[in-house]
Every structure is written in C-alpha cells, then in structure tokens.
Design a protein around this ligand. Structure first.
Ligand SMILES: [Zn+2]
Length: 124
C-alpha cells in the first residue's frame, strides 16, 4: 500500500470515527480536527490520545467501534495496515473500502466464521 492509499484509508477511518463519535463535545471534535489537520508524524500520538479519551465517553458498542478504528490507525503507523493478521496476505482494497477496520482478508474471515459456526451450532 503506497502513501496515497494509506492516506485515503486514514481519511476513511477518521470519517468512520466522526460518525461513531457524534455525541462528543465540541472541544473534542475540535481536537480531532486539529490532530487530523496536522500531517506531521508527531500528530499520531495526539490523535490517539483523543481517540482513547473518546472511547471512554461512549457506550460499549460505540467504544468497541472506536477501539477498532484506533487499532487500525495503529497498524497504519506500524506499516501493517491492510495486511491480514492471520495469513499475512494483503487484504483486498475493495474489502477495506467497505470495512476500513478489517483485520482479516476474505478467505481468513470466511474460515474464522466457519469455525465459529461449527462450535456454536449443531454439526450437519
Ligand atoms: Zn488471511
């Protein structure tokens, strides 16, 4: 994934974040904008601080979404974003477009869900 693609998915993640964080106050929204506007490497830390503070204010479900976004941004800063954490293959970018927090490629996701299905339900 090149820098332009990375930036594109970062923007996707940040817009997801805004969508899940509609209940935060003006100050925090502003901090988010500032952290996002500042393109310098050092801004990543500030952005993550804001996100973590945000997660504390949200309900369980929303804070889980925010945590997923936070982890995706962390993987992005480590350079492992868009790589399946199970098989280390690149995740299809169309999949990332639909689900920018995806940790698995389609094949591994299907395998994991099939395994869940086997343990949860009766075997056929
Ligand atoms: Zn995989």
């Amino acid at each position: 994934m090149n820098a332009t693609e990375c930036e594109h998915f970062k923007q996707l993640l940040l817009s997801e974040l805004r969508r899940h964080a509609q209940h935060i106050d003006e100050d925090q929204m502003q901090a988010l904008e500032v952290a996002n506007d500042d393109a310098k490497e050092s801004s990543d830390l500030a952005l993550r601080d804001v996100i973590q503070e945000l997660a504390l204010k949200l309900g369980d479900r929303e804070s889980q979404m925010v945590a997923d976004i936070d982890q995706a941004l962390m993987r992005m800063s480590e350079g492992s974003y868009g790589i399946c954490i199970r098989c280390n293959q690149p995740i299809d970018q169309r999949r990332l477009e639909a689900m920018p927090t995806a940790r698995y490629d389609a094949a591994c996701q299907a395998t994991i869900e099939a395994m869940k299905g086997q343990t949860a339900g009766p075997s056929l």
